[in-house]
Design a protein around this ligand. Sequence first.
Ligand SMILES: [Zn+2]
Length: 136
Amino acid sequence: MELPIPRPNHDTQPYWDAARDDRLALQHCTACNKVQAVPRSFCGHCQSPDLVWRDSNCQGIIASFSIVQRGPTKAFKDYSPYVLALVDVSEGVRLMLNIVGDDRFEAQIGDPVEIIFEARGNDGFKMPQAKRSGVK
Ligand SMILES: [Zn+2]
């Protein structure tokens, strides 16, 4: 069974458009200079509507992770086991991403990761995932 594909809305469309192009786009607030992980029409820190999209450098660190043995749906059961992680992205946001790659089960808190993009479905969608990089 196929894993689900994203359903973009007005606020998230630029994020998913960038992902199709192997870019992680993050919203930066031009009023308070903070970055937010969840796309929305205003800044979650200061409520300003003055947001711009900027590309991340796609580097991060594993803040926490769990190995999922039994996925929540049929598709994720077929995908199991998989490594679900909280990744601190260098721009200052924390994203929930799967760790992918042959060495994914060796993931440790503090490991550096690179955010990569995995094709999903037949419509050109890509999902951000994390791959261990240059492990200490
Ligand atoms: Zn702000």
